[in-house]
Design a binder for this molecule. Structure first.
Ligand code: FPP
Length: 238
């Protein structure tokens, strides 16, 4: 772990994993092959994140709008998530990695819901790295749901509600670095409130090709940024 990447210790990294479909299509393969390769990249990046001392890793796996994809592709993805949770939970538990699935659960079906409950239960004592997988997640829907709870609220209360309405664990800090792969440069309804002061990093690499080397490039770039949270840098002021 070099100096610039070690600056990320304990911080919150969020990733929009994009480009699975194009990765596969370019090879003349079905999109599902891209998603399977994407699941391998998820395993690699979780392991690299744990090695680098990252505190929270939030991965955008399926958005509320992704339901509009062809039914077969949706089914492939749901099956991948279920198998991933079933297969990786024990491994995560052994490595001190805690899993939490954020988003809505009422549209996911019983088998996936059971896999989520089991994975969260199996890994709940993990303290090294929290991995949050966003499935049927929409930042706007979470904000509306949190607002609907009613009653007086300040920023901290609202952040707590926002976590609670999407099945998130309490006390998760805001996003420090948000990476999007696949060459597009947009937020796509991911963690809008939590990324208010996130540094943004866009990579042209398709998600199935993303790994430790690409992660280190992003962390090095982050280390060179000056984070001011709307204030002036007192070292340079006046
Ligand atoms: C974006 O590629 C990716 C998704 C919509 C799904 C993300 C899913 C994975 C990475 C697979 C497994 C995940 C877990 C947590 C096991 P795209 O299909 O939008 O690609 P395109 O933009 O090239 O079409």
């Amino acid at each position: 772990v070099n100096q610039s990447t070690s600056q990320f210790t304990g911080q919150h990294l969020a990733i929009i994993m994009d480009g699975n479909g194009r990765w596969a299509t370019r090879r003349g393969w079905p999109r599902s092959a891209g998603h399977r390769a994407g699941a391998e990249a998820v395993r690699r990046v979780i392991s690299a994140a744990a090695d680098r001392g990252i505190g929270v890793l939030t991965l955008f796996a399926f958005s509320g709008d992704n339901w509009q994809r062809p039914a077969r592709e949706v089914e492939t993805l749901m099956n991948l998530f279920r198998r991933f949770l079933r297969r990786e939970a024990a491994q995560c538990a052994r490595h001190g990695i805690r899993l939490n699935v954020i988003g809505r659960r009422d549209r996911l079906g019983l088998p996936l819901n059971s896999a989520i409950d089991a994975a969260e239960r199996q890994t709940r004592s993990g303290t090294r790295l929290l991995v949050r997988v966003a499935v049927d997640y929409s930042a706007r829907d979470s904000i509306v749901a949190a607002a609907r709870e009613g009653g007086p609220v300040d920023r901290e209360d609202f952040a707590r509600r926002l976590g609670a309405v999407s099945h998130g664990l309490a006390g998760v800090p805001d996003v420090d670095l948000l990476i999007r792969t696949g060459g597009e440069r947009r937020l796509s309804d991911f963690l809008l409130w939590e990324s208010a002061y996130a540094e943004l990093y866009f990579s042209g690499v398709m998600w199935p090709d993303f790994g430790a080397a690409e992660l280190d490039l992003a962390l090095q770039d982050f280390a060179a940024r000056e984070r001011r949270f709307g204030r002036v840098d007192m070292g340079r002021a006046g």
